[in-house]
Design a protein around this ligand. Sequence first.
Ligand SMILES: NC(=O)c1ccc[n+]([C@@H]2O[C@H](COP(=O)([O-])OP(=O)(O)OC[C@H]3O[C@@H](n4cnc5c(N)ncnc54)[C@H](O)[C@@H]3O)[C@@H](O)[C@H]2O)c1
Length: 261
Amino acid sequence: MGQLSGKSIYLTGGASGIGKAVTEAFIEEGAVLTILDKSAEGLAELKKKFSDTVKCIEGDVTVFEDHVTAVRTATETFGKLDVFVANAGVFDGFAKFEKVSSDAMSEAYDMLFTINVKGYFHGAKASVKELKKVSGNMIFTVSGAGFYPDGGGVWYTSSKHAQIGLMRQLAFELAPEIRVNAVAPGGTLTALHVIPPLQPFVKIVDNETKEKSIKTRNPLRIAMTSEDHVGAYVLLASDKARAITGEVISSDGGLAVRGLS
Ligand SMILES: NC(=O)c1ccc[n+]([C@@H]2O[C@H](COP(=O)([O-])OP(=O)(O)OC[C@H]3O[C@@H](n4cnc5c(N)ncnc54)[C@H](O)[C@@H]3O)[C@@H](O)[C@H]2O)c1
């Protein structure tokens, strides 16, 4: 018996990176998944690999109706919804506030906050009724940027702080029926996408440079992979975490103890 045996989980952004690794880990632990992602190609790969264990919905987290479709698909296919994982997100590429034009600043704000923050609001709202029926839980992918500067630029960092605020307020409002927690990965080797309005203002680095830079920025000197974070998600989704709500598990190589040197 896996730790998530029989659980029906709805996860956004499962076609790539951290969401894909979490999807695979959840399936290994006995769960069935409904995935919402905009990448048709990534979803087709998931479907090929996992067949009836996953239902894939091609859509956009900024569209509330797409979440409603995903939740309905999960309940019609698997009979219930136990866990919602808000994970799909985009990046600002460490763009510097002063260097970005005011038009690009505004466009980037609307785009990044609509995906990273409103996307989480939408998913939570669409899931809450079904989660309440089974005393389920929500897990938000946040980031070290939800606590500290220099995990991105102002757009990404403020969006990740906002996600933590949303998580804590929901944990307060939805108790005692629903637990709400977060996982905060540190810099991870994925294809995390820099939004178009900020692309002219950032340097896109190759994977080798990215790996070196991530390693020097955390005390454990790890350039993390998506698989490094899955244990935290499995724990929070499982009944073993029944006393945990309103918490963030940091999976970041020790950013909180990096000191000043
Ligand atoms: N990579 C890192 O260093 C890092 C660190 C901390 C937190 N995170 C967070 O992890 C989460 C996943 O990012 P990742 O690094 O795995 O990136 P990724 O690009 O590999 O995966 C993101 C997935 O979300 C999907 N997506 C993006 N926008 C969408 C939209 N509007 N509608 C539907 N699907 C959409 C993409 O198609 C992709 O499959 C994000 O919330 C990100 O902020 C990443």
